[in-house]
Write a protein that binds this ligand. Structure first.
Ligand SMILES: Nc1nc2c(ncn2[C@@H]2O[C@H](COP(=O)(O)OP(=O)(O)OP(=O)(O)O)[C@@H](O)[C@H]2O)c(=O)[nH]1
Ligand SMILES: [Mg+2]
Ligand SMILES: [Zn+2]
Length: 354
């Protein structure tokens, strides 16, 4: 209420004698207007009232700073700023837009372009900071698949790590492919069979590769074609070697990333989307190796652990932890040898570690 109106209310307050209620429909009208106003304020960040915009859809491929975004539009990259309106309304998010975000870009003032909307995400790859605070950092958005890279030997195959990465991928809603690299170091095929039977039976895509002798490399390329993929996995499993085999020109860009590191920019946790020459993108980020689970995810592990979806709906308790409960379908499956003891132990170590 304006100051002037307040005064008027005061002056007439004691003098109103013949009061008649207005038509109730009018009251409803006023209420609707108020509702409309709140809804509009809430939606304001989504709506722009600038005139003469020329909006095109693009995708954020790199974030240089809070003020400079690289956006790909129909195969070409543009340097873009962020609308002040979005900065004002989306201030809570770590970065206003993450790499991989689809945005609408105003290109009416070419060569300058400005991000006007950040479109809803289908998923996000999130990293959690160390310590009890576990700050959320969005590494990337709208990712098609995560390539869980392990090696058969050097370092030795650790299915427990695969389980952990599969849980993370499930929680973050990103399909996963298991790659077992350095398969040239395999001596006894039956060993591989024993280690992978569980995942194969669950229908999780699994590819054995070796950039040294070329095994599985075309199969991997086929899986990457036209998709936006993230390689994750422990140091030394051969991620860089796989990527360089598939796209020999890319090592240049790896150097570009470390240049940022040296400058100690805030962007070191940010990802870069690099186009494959055969279609799709590779998402590269220094932070990716440390993608981790949040303590809040503990309650999800009993449901997302690989293969448990077949059993947990039949547990007696909806929040069954599959550790001690009566009528637990997972413990029953363990007893019936449907779940190998190694996988169950791996479950316990992930669940109890959180
Ligand atoms: N025998 C064998 N060695 C491989 C294979 N792939 C990679 N290597 C070797 O494994 C070592 C580590 O490979 P990288 O590609 O650097 O591993 P990375 O996963 O990128 O490691 P980080 O960057 O530390 O995470 C290198 O010495 C590679 O030559 C393979 O298929 N067979
Ligand atoms: Mg590497
Ligand atoms: Zn259970």
């Amino acid at each position: 209420m304006k100051q002037r109106d307040k005064k008027q209310v005061k002056r007439y307050a004691g003098k109103l004698l013949n009061i008649s209620l207005p038509d109730l429909d009018i009251l409803d009208d006023i209420k609707d207007k108020e509702l409309y106003k709140t809804a509009r304020t809430h939606d304001k960040s989504k709506t722009s009232f600038k005139a003469g915009m020329n909006l095109v859809e693009g995708r954020v491929t790199e974030i240089k700073s809070n003020y400079l975004y690289i956006v790909e539009v129909e195969g070409e990259t543009r340097r873009s700023s962020m609308s002040g309106r979005l900065k004002q309304y989306l201030y809570k998010s770590q970065a206003l837009a993450a790499v991989g975000d689809k945005v609408s870009l105003d290109i009416s003032a070419m060569p300058d372009s400005r991000i006007e909307h950040v479109l809803p995400r289908k998923n996000a790859l999130i990293r959690y900071g160390e310590g009890s605070f576990q700050k959320e950092i969005v590494l990337a958005a709208n990712i098609d698949q995560v390539i869980i890279t392990s090696s058969w030997r050097m370092p030795i195959f650790k299915p427990g790590l695969i389980d952990r990465y599969l849980c993370i991928a499930a929680i973050q809603n990103i399909p996963a492919i298991i790659v077992i690299n350095k398969i040239d170091l395999l001596e006894y095929p039956e060993d591989l069979e024993a280690e992978t039977a569980y995942y194969k039976q669950l229908g999780i895509p699994l590819i054995c590769t070796s950039p040294v002798d070329g095994t599985g490399m075309e199969e991997l390329r086929e899986k990457l074609k036209g998709m936006d993929s993230v390689f994750t996995g422990h140091s030394g499993t051969g991620k860089s070697t796989l990527i360089n085999y598939l796209e020999p020109g890319l090592n240049l860009l790896t150097a570009e990333v470390s240049e940022h590191n040296e400058k100690g920019k805030h962007t070191t946790t940010q990802a870069v989307l690099l186009p494959w020459s055969f279609g799709g993108h590779l998402l590269d980020t220094p932070g990716i190796k440390t993608i981790s689970l949040h303590a809040d995810h503990k309650v999800l592990i009993p449901k997302v652990f690989p293969g448990f979806d077949l059993y947990y709906p039949h547990c007696r308790f909806r929040d069954c932890s599959h550790t001690h409960e009566a009528e637990c379908a997972v413990l029953q499956a363990l007893e019936d040898d449907k779940i190998p003891i190694e996988r169950y132990d791996s479950y316990l170590s992930i669940y109890e570690g959180l």
